[in-house]
Design a protein around this ligand. Structure first.
Ligand SMILES: [Zn+2]
Length: 172
């Protein structure tokens, strides 16, 4: 009896601490990611120019489950903390001076290992672990001519990088 009561209490306490530690209003779930032509051009230019990882703040808005990225601002990154396989910001996008950030994007210069989970597994990569520590709705990896991204439903998606001329940007 004692055991049963204490385990019930423990379960209740765990639930309570979970409820207290999770934010009351989290980032919304989204189904699609759309880049403006301006954002597509910047990504293409950065991918061509950078031999180490760059990190950007995707600025835009979320409407009806769709993330619209209007432009990409540079995150605050020390050159020493951008390598061919890793990039670490000095501070948040907000502290870097940007408002309206919906997610972060970084590139993989060799267009390899663009994964949030190791293929065929549920094992999260360091990119997934970085995403869950951010407050944002999405995260994206620029990977050659495509963008691999993930939302809070934790399902990895992929888009080809194309300009549309009409400001919608990336199509599946
Ligand atoms: Zn990465």
């Amino acid at each position: 009896m004692t055991w049963s009561m204490s385990s019930t209490l423990l379960a209740w306490l765990l639930q309570l601490s979970g409820a207290l530690s999770s934010p009351t209003v989290g980032p919304p779930a989204v189904q699609a990611l759309v880049f403006s032509d301006q954002a597509v051009r910047l990504l293409a230019l950065q991918a061509r120019s950078f031999q180490t990882e760059f990190l950007g703040c995707m600025i835009g808005e979320i409407r009806d489950g769709v993330v619209h990225v209007d432009r990409i601002a540079p995150a605050d990154v020390s050159p020493l903390r951008s390598t061919a396989t890793e990039v670490v910001p000095e501070t948040t996008c907000e502290d870097a001076g940007w408002t309206g950030t919906v997610g972060m994007i970084h590139n993989h210069p060799t267009a390899e290992r663009c994964w949030y989970y190791f293929p065929g597994t549920q094992v999260p990569t360091s990119d997934e672990q970085s995403f869950v520590r951010t407050p944002y709705a999405v995260d994206a990896i620029m990977c050659g001519a495509k963008v691999v991204w993930i939302g809070r439903n934790m399902v990895q998606e992929e888009l080809g990088l194309v300009e549309t001329g009409g400001g919608s940007g990336l199509e599946p």
